[in-house]
Design a protein around this ligand. Structure first.
Ligand SMILES: Nc1ncnc2c1ncn2[C@@H]1O[C@H](COP(=O)(O)OP(=O)(O)OP(=O)(O)O)[C@@H](O)[C@H]1O
Length: 311
C-alpha cells in the first residue's frame, strides 16, 4: 500500500492564560493508504480538527512527523498543496454571489482553468443551481459548494472535517453519494464525523482517537471483528432452564427480560444443539455483532473525553 497520509507521534499543546497548558494531540499516529475512504472518529475535543489543521500547515505542531504523498510536511507543503483539497474550517461565502461566480473567483485565485467550474458544479449536483445566489442555498447546498471549491484543483486527496454536520437525512445521503463517487474516481478521502452509522456505511478504513491518542485503526471490518464477543441473542421457551443448561456447558449467559444473551461460542449450531438435545427448541438465534457505535463508545469511555487530553 502506498501511503497518502502518514502521521507519527504528533503532539500539539495549546497555551492558555496564567501559564496553563492543554495537550490537544498527544502522540497521535495516522496512516491513510491511497484510494481509501478513511473515517476519523473521536469525541468532542479529542483532537481531530487540530490534527487536520497541523497536517495542512494551519497550526504548528510541537513535535511528531507528518508526510503527505511521502513528502515531509509542513516543509513540503507548497509542493503537495495542489494535490490536496480540504475543508477544515467552515467556509464563508458571499450571499450575493452566485455559486458559479464564487467558484470562478476561487478558480482564478488558485490558477485553476475556469472550465473546471462547471465540471465541479456537476460533480456535486449543483449545475442547475449554479446561477442562483448563494444566500438562497440550503445548508446542504452550501456544504456541496464547499466540496466543489475543494475539488477545483482535481485533488488526489480530499480532507473534510465534519462534512455532514447539520445536514438533514437527505443531505447526509447526498453527501455520502458524493463521497462514494469521488472514491470511485480514485480520490483518497479522509473525513471526520460524529455520525458513526454514516462512517460505517461509507468508509472502508477508520481511525478512532480519544484524548489526543489513537485507540483503534484499520479496515472497518477488522476493527469491528476485533471487538466481536461472539454473542448471540437467543429466544427459547423455558429460558431459566435453558440458561442453566448453557452455563453447565461453560457458556456465558445473561438473562434478559424476554431473551438470553449467550457468549463465548463462535458457532450458533452449538447453542441450538445443546438446547435441542434437551427438548428446548430455539425460536430465534441472532448474532449480536458490534457496530461502530458500540466499539467507539467502548474505546472512548462512552465518548465523553471532551478536552481531557491533559492540562
Ligand atoms: N486555538 C486553540 N486554543 C486553545 N485550545 C484549543 C484551540 N484549538 C483547539 N483547542 C483545544 O484542543 C482540544 C482539541 O480540539 P479539537 O478542535 O482538535 O477537537 P475535535 O476532536 O476536532 O473536537 P470536535 O469534534 O468538537 O470538533 C480541545 O480541548 C480544544 O478546546
Amino acid at each position: 500500500m502506498s501511503a497518502v497520509i502518514e502521521i507519527e507521534g504528533l503532539r500539539k499543546t495549546f497555551h492558555g492564560p496564567y501559564r496553563s497548558r492543554h495537550v490537544a494531540v498527544d502522540g497521535f499516529d495516522l496512516l491513510v493508504g491511497r484510494g481509501e475512504v478513511h473515517g476519523f472518529l473521536g469525541p468532542n475535543g479529542s483532537g481531530k480538527t487540530t490534527t487536520l489543521r497541523a497536517l495542512l500547515g494551519l497550526v504548528r505542531a510541537d513535535s511528531g512527523r507528518m508526510r503527505l504523498f511521502g513528502e515531509d510536511v509542513p516543509r513540503a507543503q507548497a509542493r503537495v498543496a495542489a494535490r490536496v483539497g480540504a475543508i477544515v474550517e467552515t467556509p464563508q461565502f458571499f450571499g450575493n454571489f452566485t455559486g458559479h461566480r464564487t467558484l470562478r473567483l476561487l478558480a482564478l485565485a488558485g490558477g485553476v482553468p475556469t472550465r473546471r467550474v462547471d465540471e465541479v458544479l456537476a460533480q456535486v449536483g449543483l449545475l442547475d443551481r449554479g446561477e442562483d445566489d448563494v444566500r438562497g442555498y440550503s445548508l446542504g447546498m452550501r456544504q456541496r459548494l464547499a466540496v466543489a471549491s475543494a475539488l477545483l484543483k482535481e485533488p488526489e486527496l480530499l480532507i473534510l472535517d465534519e462534512p455532514a454536520n447539520g445536514l438533514d437525512p437527505a443531505g447526509i445521503r447526498e453527501m455520502r453519494d458524493l463521497m462514494r463517487s469521488l472514491a470511485d474516481a480514485g480520490v483518497t478521502v479522509l473525513l471526520s464525523s460524529h455520525i458513526l452509522g454514516e462512517i460505517q456505511l461509507l468508509c472502508d478504513h477508520v481511525t478512532i482517537v480519544s484524548a489526543g491518542r489513537r485507540v483503534a485503526s484499520g479496515p472497518v471490518a477488522e476493527v469491528l471483528a476485533g471487538h466481536d464477543r461472539h454473542e448471540w441473542l437467543v429466544r427459547v421457551p423455558e429460558p431459566e432452564r435453558a440458561a442453566e443448561l448453557l452455563r453447565a456447558a461453560d457458556l456465558m449467559v445473561d438473562e434478559r427480560p424476554d431473551h438470553l444473551v449467550v457468549g463465548g461460542v463462535s458457532d450458533a449450531g452449538e447453542v441450538s444443539r445443546l438446547l435441542g438435545e434437551q427438548g428446548l427448541w430455539v425460536r430465534e438465534l441472532v448474532p449480536l455483532r458490534p457496530d461502530l457505535e458500540s466499539v467507539f463508545l467502548e474505546l472512548t469511555d462512552g465518548g465523553t473525553h471532551d478536552g481531557e487530553a491533559g492540562a
